[in-house]
Design a protein around this ligand. Structure first.
Ligand code: DX5
Ligand code: ZN
Length: 218
């Protein structure tokens, strides 16, 4: 039995001069909001700090905050994002830090935890951690920027990770991020994904409610 599909619009593609309005527009139609945090080191771009989710909570946003830390030293910031109202905090496998301890710390802070891998990172890199997480995020673009084309070569990686999940009866969500629209999401769903980050495709959709409905039906 596969998990029901979840759409997580990505705030990065929203209006940075009016993030609350963009977050509300997403929350009206989608259960999760994806919040990208970039440090200019692990990825060549900067985005939001913990004050953004904290301010969105103060502005009344109650949606599930799916927080994607693209940071060289995420262990230093998990507490700040938990306090800022994150529901899930996902950390990358690529930088060198204590992944297990950081995942445990995220749980201890009362959040769900996720592990993320870049397109160039083989699935085997996260294999020892999959029993410890609530979510595995497979990047379907090189992280750092929205609006990049979906990498079809990541579908096999999704299938591999979904295979472990079935074999070991694990319960983590399998999320994709980067170049996801309705067509690429359908391919990801067929390969085992159940959670879909959509930045450009969501905020550019002429009818966001119809867009979200189509995702929910995947
Ligand atoms: C990329 C970010 C994504 C980004 C996706 O580094 O992790 O979440 O917002 O944007 P789209 O959907 O436009 O590819
Ligand atoms: Zn992301």
């Amino acid at each position: 039995m596969s998990l029901a599909s979840i759409l997580a619009p990505s705030l990065l593609a929203g209006d940075h001069a009016n993030l609350a309005a963009s977050a509300r527009s997403a929350a009206e139609v989608a259960p999760w909001l994806h919040i990208d945090i970039m440090d200019g080191q692990f990825v060549p771009n900067l985005s939001f700090g913990p004050e953004v989710p904290a301010a969105l909570r103060r502005a009344g946003l109650k949606t599930f905050f799916d927080t994607h830390l693209m940071l060289a030293e995420p262990q230093k910031y998990v507490e700040a994002f938990a306090k800022a109202g994150a529901n899930n905090i996902s950390i990358h496998i690529e930088p060198a830090y204590d992944h297990r301890a950081t995942l445990a710390r995220i749980r201890e802070l009362g959040c769900q935890c996720g592990i993320v891998l870049n397109p160039g990172t083989p699935a085997s890199a996260i294999e020892p951690l999959v029993a410890l997480v609530d979510l595995v995020l497979v990047m379907t673009v090189q992280p750092g920027f929205g609006g990049q084309p979906f990498r079809t070569d990541m579908l096999a990686k999704l299938g591999e990770i979904d295979g472990w999940r079935k074999l070991r009866a694990l319960k983590f969500r399998l999320e994709v991020d980067g170049g996801v629209d309705l067509a690429t999401a359908a391919q990801c769903r067929a390969a085992g994904a159940d959670t879909f980050v959509a930045g450009t495709s969501f905020f550019k959709a002429a009818d966001r409610a119809a867009f979200a409905k189509a995702f929910a039906a995947l």
